[in-house]
Design a binder for this molecule. Sequence first.
Ligand code: AMP
Ligand code: ZN
Length: 109
Amino acid sequence: MSDCLFCKIIDGDIPSSKVYEDDDVFAFNDIHPKAPTHILVIPKTHIPTLADVQDPALLGTLMDRVNHIANDVLNLEAGYRVVINVREGGGQEVFHLHAHILGGKKLPF
Ligand code: AMP
Ligand code: ZN
């Protein structure tokens, strides 16, 4: 989608600090980290919010890659948090579906 920030990051039109990419997802450092490790994992398909997902398999793939990135790329053995904000009331600011991976310290609830 041409006016989407995260689509532009996937396409390389806006720079990012990439940590992982495959055919299905792209992952990069959050520009305003809220934990020592704060990564965003986004599907390469433009879907505005979690509530807009039509294909359950897409969520399976997204969560599979979140686990792979957290465990095998970031080595977050002590644990991590996965957050998906949905719409403005849920704190969503960028309307391209994304999962936050937060880790690197003990996280308060
Ligand atoms: P959300 O509030 O769930 O929509 O999360 C959007 C996240 O995108 C926020 O944590 C921002 O810090 C992050 N963000 C916004 N612009 C960029 C960017 N250009 N590169 C990396 N992260 C960004
Ligand atoms: Zn997009």
